[in-house]
Design a protein around this ligand. Structure first.
Ligand SMILES: Cc1cc2nc3c(=O)[nH]c(=O)nc-3n(C[C@H](O)[C@H](O)[C@H](O)COP(=O)(O)OP(=O)(O)OC[C@H]3O[C@@H](n4cnc5c(N)ncnc54)[C@H](O)[C@@H]3O)c2cc1C
Length: 451
């Protein structure tokens, strides 16, 4: 990989795909495209990685995408298997139990992973170094974007221009690309300020437990997250009429119910406004939005980054196909992804309401299960199992997506003839859906079924 710097002066770089923003989603997409042999330029305005406390969880489907990027083994050391989340009422009684399976699940990975986002980003950043045709330019902002029928041109603040067949706005919640294209955002109605505090334990505190805990309280709602290694996270809802951000003294006062400076040191703190919103369009001509630029949700389900990871997985093979002269199916990106993410946003907002209902003693008690929605309308039919996430089996210890080299394959109950790799397995899942075989797309979703 070539690494650029801020002082290149006026220069024109040409590539297949230009990515604005080297957060986790821009970097992941760069890796996925690099693996497919595309020429990619990623432009990041920050000179160094953004090191604030953010994602602490991703799911098994996200791990399957890291696998597709060829980086699963490198990501794993930054993770531990997630235990799940408990919702507790004001008397510390568990009212909702969202335990996660502790065995390898249908994705070929565990259902839930705790992670340290800077570690994940570091791995993704190192990952692009594997590709001679992927260039990361850091410390330079994108300041303009124009397009015609043939290409997109992005202007960099150092005078360089990048001309690409396609461009991607992976530039986060306040996306420059989204604004420059005049794309509006639908506000879905959630807005709360939360203080996020990351601590490093000085001594073991096994009593805090391995579950994440949502403490439901009308005034002081809080989330405890068991991080990787000695890391522990608290997220604390702030009052609406707050004037200033809490200082260190106030932070420790707020945490005193659970932990004191005797047991832990403050690593980082930040105040975030948690929002739920979705861009009205995810595409304008040759430019696509991914990740937080396209959608945001509060982190109660730990799904914001996961949603962006799914965007990257959905778009990567479609971009490669279009660039390499195959059928152009890029028109299905938004129609498949937007209804899918709406289900996560709606459930996340329902969890937000649950916190308040629990505090008021009105919440339903019980067990919560993870959701695996189908894609919205797009490629293939949406009848039966079409558009569902296919399981990933292992054959002689090798994961199916790797056997198929991240291409299309048939997952069948028994050997069949096909003009693509055939992988035999998942008989129980196929029988549940009353089919003999399915065609699995490079992003793991079912294109169609037979039998
Ligand atoms: C407190 C908190 C907890 C969270 N917990 C979870 C969780 O547990 N699980 C989960 O899945 N998600 C979680 N999320 C959400 C997750 O952090 C985000 O969804 C994710 O970081 C979005 O990644 P991104 O790459 O789309 O955007 P970002 O990470 O915001 O990256 C965008 C990048 O674009 C760059 N950029 C912006 N403008 C320009 C420009 N003009 N030119 C060049 N570069 C530019 C920025 O500098 C930045 O590096 C959490 C978020 C918060 C705030």
């Amino acid at each position: 990989m070539a690494r650029g710097c801020a002082n290149w002066g006026r220069k024109l770089l040409k590539c297949d795909v230009a990515i604005v923003g080297a957060g986790p989603i821009g970097l992941l997409l760069g890796n996925l495209l690099g693996r497919r042999g595309l020429a990619v330029v990623i432009v990041e305005k920050q000179p160094k990685p953004y090191n604030l406390p953010r994602a602490v969880h991703f799911d098994g489907e996200a791990m399957r995408v890291f696998q597709a990027a060829g980086l699963a083994a490198e990501i794993l050391p930054h993770t531990m298997v997630g235990r799940g989340m408990l919702f507790k009422d004001m008397n510390d009684v568990v009212v909702v139990d969202w335990s996660r399976d502790q065995n390898i699940g249908p994705m070929g990975w565990f259902e839930s992973y705790r992670c340290h986002q800077p570690g994940v980003e570091e791995t993704l950043r190192a990952g692009v170094d594997r590709f001679d045709r992927v260039t990361l330019i850091e410390g330079v902002a994108v300041s303009a974007i124009t397009q015609d029928a043939e290409s997109v041109t992005i202007d960099l603040s150092n005078g360089t221009q990048v001309q690409a067949s396609y461009a991607i706005g992976a530039d986060g919640a306040n996306s420059f690309v989204r604004g420059a294209l005049g794309i509006e955002v639908d506000d879905l109605g959630f807005r709360e300020d939360w203080l996020v505090v990351d601590l490093i334990l000085k001594q073991p505190r096994p009593d805090l437990g391995d579950y994440s805990v949502q403490f439901c309280d009308p005034v002081n709602s809080a989330t405890y997250v068991r991080g990787v290694g000695d890391r522990r996270r608290w997220e604390l809802r702030l009052p609406k009429d707050r004037v200033t951000n809490p200082d260190e003294t106030e932070i420790w006062e707020r945490l005193s119910r659970w932990i004191t400076p005797k047991d832990a040191q403050l690593e980082r703190d930040a105040v975030y406004t948690f929002r739920s919103c979705i861009a009205k369009n995810w595409r304008n001509g040759r430019v696509f939005l991914v990740g937080d630029a396209a959608h945001q949700m509060p982190p109660f389900m730990g799904q914001g980054m996961c949603a962006g990871i799914r965007d990257a997985a959905n778009l990567a093979w479609k971009l490669a196909q279009a660039v390499q002269g195959g059928e152009d199916v890029l028109g299905t990106y938004e129609s498949e992804r937007a209804p899918h993410i709406r289900q996560f946003i709606d459930l996340t907002m329902a969890l937000g309401r649950l916190i308040n209902q629990t505090a008021a003693g009105k919440a339903p008690k019980g067990v919560m299960k993870s959701i695996w929605p189908e894609l919205g309308p797009g490629l293939g039919a949406r009848t039966g199992v079409g558009g569902a996430l296919a399981p990933q089996v292992r054959v002689d210890g090798v994961l199916a997506d790797d056997l198929a080299r991240q291409g299309f394959y048939v997952l069948a109950a028994r050997e069949v003839e096909a003009d693509m790799p055939v992988i035999v397995g998942a008989q129980e899942w196929l029988a549940q859906h009353s089919v003999e075989a399915v065609v699995v797309r490079p992003d793991g979703y079912v294109l169609g079924a037979f039998g």
